[in-house]
Structures are given as structure tokens and as C-alpha cells.
Write a protein that binds this ligand. Structure first.
Ligand SMILES: CC(C)(COP(=O)(O)OP(=O)(O)OC[C@H]1O[C@@H](n2cnc3c(N)ncnc32)[C@H](O)[C@@H]1OP(=O)(O)O)[C@@H](O)C(=O)NCCC(=O)NCCS
Length: 155
């Protein structure tokens, strides 16, 4: 597949936040209610948070031609804090390619396992990639409870 993975730069912030917003509105909307989706997607409006994430974390993007079609980032070396694929490029192996690069980075940094908070939407993807559920939980964000799962995989 014609996908290139590279580290993100601050110049990518507009593409990353647009992808994040559009994927939540179009893909995650199948599993969360309207208010939850609006609150979650609004995180895209805070450009400063995303610039900080790009500079502070191991943050990668997947590109097809010159278009960003997915991104992922690692917090603390072993915690996958975000994995999003463009709404028009779902189920083409892009998240799998990003996850392979993320897992390699966790191993390079010598952590024995990777952890992540997983949405209802992404649960089948992570289960198929050998992650185990540690806990099903309700995470509070902007006064709303979001069901998700803490998952881990030994590397
Ligand atoms: C979850 C997500 C990252 C997967 O990205 P993707 O690029 O479509 O995933 P891939 O193409 O690499 O892998 C797809 C595989 O995952 C599994 N999978 C993904 N969605 C699935 C679903 N709805 N039902 C069953 N299996 C699913 C299957 O094994 C599938 O393989 P297949 O298409 O051959 O059956 C993407 O759907 C997404 O962006 N979701 C919204 C954002 C999100 O919730 N991110 C998680 C952070 S909390």
C-alpha cells in the first residue's frame, strides 16, 4: 500500500485537527450520542494543545501522496493516547501501519507493554490486534460520561 509514515511537525496541525474532527463526527458518531460527539470533536479547536502534543510526544502521521490520512501519538513512551484514520480512508490498513510503527517505538524505548484508552468504535480493531481489556470504564469529559476501555498488550 502506498502509505508513508513520518513524524508530525507543527505545520501539520491544521490537517491533523481537521481529520480528528471529521472522523469523530462521521465515524465515532455511530457509537456515541450527539452531545458527546460535539464535546469530543471540539478538542480540535484548541490548536495549542495539538502543537504541544506534536512537540512533546512521539507523534506520527500516515500520508498517501501528500494527504494526511491518519495519525497516532505516544505519551510517556508506552501510552497510545490517540489513533485516528481519515473518514474516507477507513479499513484500508492505515491504523495497522501506524500501530506497527508505534509498537516498534515502544520496544525501542524498552517498555515491556503498550497501553491505551480505546473507544467503543475502536474496540474491534484493538481486539483483532491482540490487545486485552484491562478495564471497561466510564471516563468523564466536559461533564459527560464516555464509555471506553483500558487495553494493554505485552510486546
Ligand atoms: C479504529 C480505527 C483507528 C481503525 O482504523 P483503520 O485504518 O480503519 O484500521 P485498519 O484498516 O488498519 O484495520 C481494520 C481492521 O480492524 C478491525 N476493525 C476495524 N473496524 C472494525 C469494525 N467496525 N468491526 C469489526 N472489525 C473492525 C478489523 O480487523 C479490520 O480488518 P478488516 O477490514 O480486514 O476486517 C478507525 O476506525 C478510526 O479512526 N476510528 C475512529 C477513531 C477512534 O475511535 N480511534 C481510537 C482512539 S480512542
Amino acid at each position: 500500500m502506498d502509505i508513508t509514515i513520518r513524524q508530525a511537525t507543527p505545520e501539520d496541525v491544521a490537517d491533523i485537527t481537521t481529520l480528528f474532527r471529521d472522523t469523530i463526527i462521521n465515524v465515532n458518531a455511530l457509537d456515541y450520542n450527539e452531545k458527546q460527539i460535539a464535546a469530543w470533536a471540539s478538542v480540535a479547536n484548541d490548536t495549542d494543545i495539538w502543537i504541544e502534543r506534536i512537540s512533546d510526544f512521539y507523534f506520527i502521521v500516515a500520508e498517501r501522496d501528500t494527504e494526511i490520512v491518519g495519525f497516532a501519538y505516544l505519551k510517556k513512551g508506552y501510552y497510545l493516547d490517540g489513533l485516528f484514520v481519515h473518514k474516507d480512508h477507513q479499513r484500508q490498513g492505515i491504523a495497522s501501519a501506524l500501530l506497527r510503527t508505534i509498537e516498534s517505538q515502544v520496544m525501542i524505548e524498552d517498555y515491556p507493554e503498550i497501553r491505551t484508552d480505546v473507544s467503543i468504535t475502536a474496540l474491534p480493531f484493538f481486539e483483532d490486534r491482540y490487545f486485552d481489556i484491562v478495564k471497561k470504564q466510564k471516563k468523564t469529559f466536559k461533564g459527560m460520561a464516555f464509555q471506553n476501555y483500558i487495553m494493554k498488550k505485552t510486546l
